[in-house]
Design a protein around this ligand. Structure first.
Ligand code: NDP
Ligand code: GDR
Length: 341
């Protein structure tokens, strides 16, 4: 009998990779989708005949109860969230509702309607915020720096409390930043690779960014969803940091991405205070030793490969629409295709 998984946030970056991974492993996959004025299935277009979509919203308990009752899942992956940190200052209450209370509602739905289901909660390195220890590990104290960060701390503790109060199998994956060609366009990595491609194709002349000296531990989303799954395959529930153990600055990312197309970032990047955050997370570096030892998990894609993968994918996308640029940027000469990554 194949296992059943319910993914909230299936239309997001991680949801799409996780659905692929679970389907490859013979799961029946259900995905929760919310009502939008126009459906947003671009990341799961290729999976639509293989997954069952259920309508629901993390702000609506009855819809979550109904989804869990219908799917009868063995595993629930709560990936849905208002996940953009910058927006959490302009929509702090909505962020708290979805990212914080939404996780509690998912666990309540499981407790009431399908208590034996295992639950994965998408916790975040943003909880470490103004870091109190480097590198950050499972025991590092939290100091969130945004409404998103403190909403995730609430959800983190709700996950642990449901494990301890009801003996539910609930796990926190404390994931550091992970990216891919499917990353939302407003996140800095994708904003950069999209702009590099536009500039290389002659469609744009500059890229406006905020703090170039923020450091992040960036990995590949396709690697990270496997860690989520591994957590739910263990005998006992626990919490794990998932990271590459390498920190790079936004400046390094931007430099490498422009180099991929043979350009110098200093000729195009403009620092715009509009993108500075009211409280910044300056430096994140994760220690995933526990995950390596207990889950046998390690990242496969390096920082350099990730930047290349994302840049190539965006260049190819624009080239398909507008044709190759006259000036041969080096990316066109690598002979590699984004499909290879
Ligand atoms: P995305 O922003 O790409 O996806 C978020 C998903 O949540 C989308 O499917 C979105 O649906 C859905 N969603 C938003 N609001 C609601 C709601 N009210 N009800 C139901 N669904 C909703 O995020 P990622 O895939 O990058 O991240 C997945 C999870 O992991 C998130 O919880 C994020 O906070 C967390 N995380 C991410 C990290 C990263 O680096 N990517 C690192 C650590 C944690 P729609 O398509 O309709 O907008
Ligand atoms: P983050 O990702 O806040 O770490 O949250 P983001 O890519 O938005 O920012 C990373 C760093 O880059 C700096 N930065 C800019 N960021 C954006 N978006 N746009 C800019 O123009 C820009 N210029 C500089 C930011 O200040 C920041 O320091 C992501 C999300 O996926 C969360 O949901 C997740 O929990 C964490 O990663 C781990």
């Amino acid at each position: 009998m194949s296992k059943i998984a319910l993914i909230t946030g299936i239309t997001g970056q991680d949801g799409s990779y996780l659905a692929e991974w679970l389907l490859e492993n013979n799961y029946s996959v259900y995905g929760l989708v919310r009502r939008l004025s126009t459906p947003n299935y671009s990341r799961i277009e290729h999976l639509l005949d293989k997954v069952t979509l259920l309508e629901g919203d993390l702000t609506d308990q009855s819809s979550l109860d109904a989804a869990v009752t219908e799917a009868k899942p063995d595993e629930v992956y709560n990936l849905a969230a208002q996940s953009f940190v910058a927006t959490s200052w302009t929509q702090p209450v909505a962020t708290g509702e979805v990212t914080g209370l939404g996780a509690l509602r998912v666990m309540e739905a499981v407790r009431r309607c399908c208590p034996d289901a295992k639950v994965y909660q998408a916790s975040s390195s943003e909880m470490f915020g103004k870091v109190l220890e480097t590198p950050q590990r499972e025991t590092t104290p939290f100091y969130p720096r945004s409404p998103y960060g403190f909403a995730k701390v609430y959800a983190y503790w709700a996950t642990i409390n449901y494990r301890e109060s009801y003996e539910m199998f609930c796990c926190n994956g404390i994931l550091f930043n992970h990216e891919s060609p499917r990353r939302g366009i407003e996140f800095v990595t994708r904003k950069i690779t999209d702009a590099v491609a536009r500039i290389a194709c002659g469609l744009d002349k500059e890229l406006r960014l905020g703090n170039l000296d923020a450091y992040r531990d960036w990995g590949f989303a396709g690697d990270y969803v496997k860690a989520m799954w591994l957590m739910l395959q263990q005998e006992t529930p626990d919490d794990y940091v998932i990271a590459t153990n390498e920190a790079h600055s936004v400046r390094e990312f931007v430099d490498l991405a422009f180099s991929e197309v043979g350009l110098n970032y200093e000729d195009y990047v403009v620092v715009d205070p509009k993108y500075f955050r009211p409280a910044e997370v300056n430096y994140l570096l994760g220690d995933a030793t526990k995950a390596k030892e207990a889950l046998g998990w390690k990242p496969e894609v390096s920082f350099e490969k990730l930047v290349r993968m994302m840049t190539l994918a965006d260049v190819e996308r624009y080239e398909k629409i507008y044709g190759k640029p006259e000036e041969s940027a080096s990316i066109v000469n690598t002979g590699r295709s984004a499909q290879e990554y």
